[in-house]
Design a protein around this ligand. Structure first.
Ligand code: NAD
Ligand code: ADE
Length: 444
């Protein structure tokens, strides 16, 4: 039995779904095939994704393939209540915007009541629950799909510790996902949300972007496009399994695949992309707008907030709301005043007012200002999700527990379909070109 905020919003939600459906040609194609072939017939899929209109179209696609769906959000603030109401007429939905922590976990537990075979997660909270309090459900799990960078980091840590009990497709690591979703999706939707909340001009402001990963690159480039003077802050060491916290910064990737650029490489990239680059200690007093996209805790800490200008705007585009140390400034006696939805002023002991957007949660998704990524972007990301779920079912029992890459066949096909949806068809390489690309004999 579904639980949503207000079922009378369902007509409005259906209109939102229709708009998204009309603009998601890749998922439409997959849905048509799923309707005929029913590759997910009778498969129980538990979902924790930001529950908004594009997510609704993914859920309809999985349902068209024969799946039984139970879905919640993966964040207490990101459910579109009208879309949740509309979806609850078709499938089991446990989600509303503005949840307490207890309500959030209550909804995750509720979707698990269907005894899932497949799990689709964004941030790894649902998968984590299955490995903790809900272990009794592990035996029937075929596998899972994970949407975001932070979730994949948590999964790789579970795998390294020998704790991951089923195969999980790393959807985030597919090129068709992170190259476009994390970069262009987060770039556009983060600025969109900041402008909706503050109604302020971007041009002429000094904007500080923390983290020059896929999301940070997108945000920085869009800020520059709108006329901001952009400072990029990075961290001068490797993170994750490649030596977090090691004094000597030793690089110990578990495999060549896991080796990637360090914070220094990314800082240098930002510099050569034409941005000012410095540490947050220095940038704190210079910025008018601060945006974190690091996936890391306390990227902006109390000492940085205290250095900021009176009236500085601070927000987060990373998965969890711990990138900005709000708890820390509250403990130091900052007074919070809610000015309107998604906008709070924290008056510090030093008398300065710092504006925090969307409680420090994903600014581009927190309702009502956050709409999530543009529709075309989520069409690609969710196409990878739908095909990955199908892959898990097709390969039931054959995949080992652990983090699994999305096969090239799926990744390349989604990029091809995305181009096709924009009217672009590329030529295939000739026989001669294929031969040349694998040969070593040819020289000048
Ligand atoms: P990424 O790993 O590509 O980039 C993160 C960058 O932050 C790295 O370059 C790292 O060196 C840097 N960093 C880490 N700690 C830092 C610190 N203290 N100060 C400055 N820089 C620091 O990750 P990504 O794909 O860009 O994702 C970043 C976060 O955004 C993750 O939490 C991810 O889950 C989330 N995400 C959000 C959205 C959205 O819609 N808002 C979309 C995709 C991903
Ligand atoms: N809409 C639904 N899921 C999303 C995500 N992970 N990022 C941005 N927008 C979304």
């Amino acid at each position: 039995m579904s639980k949503v905020k207000n079922i009378s919003l369902s007509a409005a939600g259906e209109k939102e779904l229709s708009w998204a459906r009309e603009n998601m040609p890749i998922l439409s194609g997959i849905r048509e095939r799923f309707e005929k072939e029913k590759p997910l017939k009778g498969v129980r899929i538990s979902v924790a994704l930001h529950l908004e209109k594009k997510t609704g179209i993914l859920l309809e696609t999985l349902q068209a393939g024969g799946a039984e769906i139970a879905a919640s959000s993966c964040n207490p603030l990101t459910t579109d209540d009208s879309v949740a109401a509309a979806l609850s007429k078709k499938m089991e939905i446990f989600a509303w915007s503005g949840q307490s922590k207890e309500e959030y976990y209550g909804c995750l537990n509720a979707v698990l009541e269907q005894k899932p075979q497949i799990v689709i997660d964004d941030g790894c909270d649902l998968i984590n629950l299955l490995h903790g309090k809900r272990q009794e459900l592990l035996p029937q799990i075929i596998g899972a799909c994970e949407e975001t960078t932070t979730g994949v980091i948590r999964l790789k840590a579970m795998q390294s510790a020998g704790k991951l009990k089923f195969p999980v497709m790393s959807v985030n690591d597919a090129y068709s996902k992170h190259l476009f979703d994390n970069r262009y999706g987060t770039g556009q939707s983060t600025l969109d949300a900041i402008m909706r909340i503050t109604n302020k001009l971007i041009a002429g402001k000094t904007a500080v972007v923390l983290g020059y990963g896929w999301c940070g690159r997108g945000i920085a480039s869009r800020l520059r496009g709108m006329g901001a003077s952009v400072i990029v802050c990075e961290i001068g060491s490797r993170l994750g399994e490649s030596g977090i916290g090691t004094e000597d910064g030793a690089c110990k990737p578990a495999s060549a695949q896991q080796k990637r650029e360090s914070g220094c490489h990314r800082a240098l990239e930002a510099l050569y992309d034409g941005f000012r680059v410095m540490g947050i200690d220095e940038a704190a007093s210079l910025g008018d707008i601060f945006i974190t996209a690091t996936g890391n805790k306390n990227a902006i800490d109390v000492s940085h907030i205290e250095k900021m200008k009176n009236g500085a705007i601070v927000c987060n585009a990373g998965h969890f709301n711990n990138e900005i140390d709000i708890e820390g400034i509250t403990k130091k006696g900052a007074r919070k005043e809610v000015l309107k939805e998604n906008l709070e002023c924290f008056t510090l002991k030093n008398g300065k007012c710092i504006y925090l957007l969307s409680e420090g949660r994903l600014v581009n998704l927190a309702r009502p200002s956050g709409q999530g990524h543009p529709i075309e972007i989520m069409d690609g990301s969710f196409a990878v999700q739908a095909l990955s779920a199908e892959y898990l079912v097709k390969n039931k029992g054959k995949l080992k527990a652990g983090v699994i890459s999305v096969p090239c066949g799926i990744d390349d096909e989604v990029a091809r379909l995305a181009l096709f949806s924009q009217g672009i068809i590329l030529p295939k390489p000739t026989k001669e070109q294929i031969e040349y690309s694998t040969a070593w004999e040819h020289g000048t």
